[in-house]
Design a protein around this ligand. Sequence first.
Ligand code: NAP
Ligand code: GCO
Length: 264
Amino acid sequence: MLNQFSLNGKIALITGASYGIGFAIASAFAKAGANVIFNDLKQEFVDKGIAAYREAGIDAKGYVCDITDEAQVNCLVKQIEMEVGTIDILVNNAGIIKRIPMHEMSAAEFRQVIDIDLNGPFIVSKAVIPSMIKKGYGKIINICSMMSELGRETVSAYAAAKGGLKMLTRNICSEYGEHNIQCNGIGPGYIATPQTAPLREMQPDGSRHPFDSFIIAKTPAARWGTPEDLQGPAVFLASDASDFVNGHILYVDGGILAYIGKQP
Ligand code: NAP
Ligand code: GCO
């Protein structure tokens, strides 16, 4: 039974995976037998990432590549195909957030978030799909968000991008399902990583950040998620165990989306 979850011999590209959620997912894939490749924006982060994988006993390959640059992405995919082989599993993980009230956000700032969080997954998916079609096999996992479903103050660009990413997921499923390509999303809840660190900063008086308390009250599990909470769901969606799961967003949120919240 457990063989269905094995990633033995698979080649996986996880974007933006030097640390954080991408690192946890890539590490899980390696432990499930995959050959793991990642990219990041700067050589410094790639080197740190490679060292962190090595420390975890994982022989990962890392490259510098900006996912918003189509020429760089095409080069990266060609290089991986030549040096390692065709990509079986893609995780579109790289992403950014800008927390700025919408009426104060510039169009350039809005565009930058859309460019990385939505155009990036389009560009990288587009680059790997032709080989997946040839092979008649492929798994694409898009890292979506609570903000694929919900809005909140200051995250208009991020919510627009992650809502769009949910629909890109469904469209890739619709367009390429007949080639045995499954494209699903993971919608993490609030996960403790550098991206959310400002929301958990201690207050000068030593009390919790109000957003930190808000998230704990909003989450039936009564805690922030960890990157490791995403490992099992990611291995499932990357493996043969999910071969008939397509166009689905799997929310891994400790129950936030199911819950109205604690009464004050
Ligand atoms: P993180 O700690 O900020 O890591 C994001 C990674 O993406 C970094 O390695 C970053 O590179 C890389 N990146 C950014 N722009 C890039 C680009 N143009 N090209 C290549 N790489 C790029 O974020 P995280 O919390 O692990 O989040 C990972 C993903 O999960 C994101 O898509 C995020 O939106 C999503 N997510 C996070 C949470 C959460 O609560 N943390 C919840 C739901 C969804 P640098 O190191 O160079 O900055
Ligand atoms: C925010 C957070 C979120 C999370 C995550 C939730 O400011 O509300 O950063 O957007 O990062 O995407 O799933």
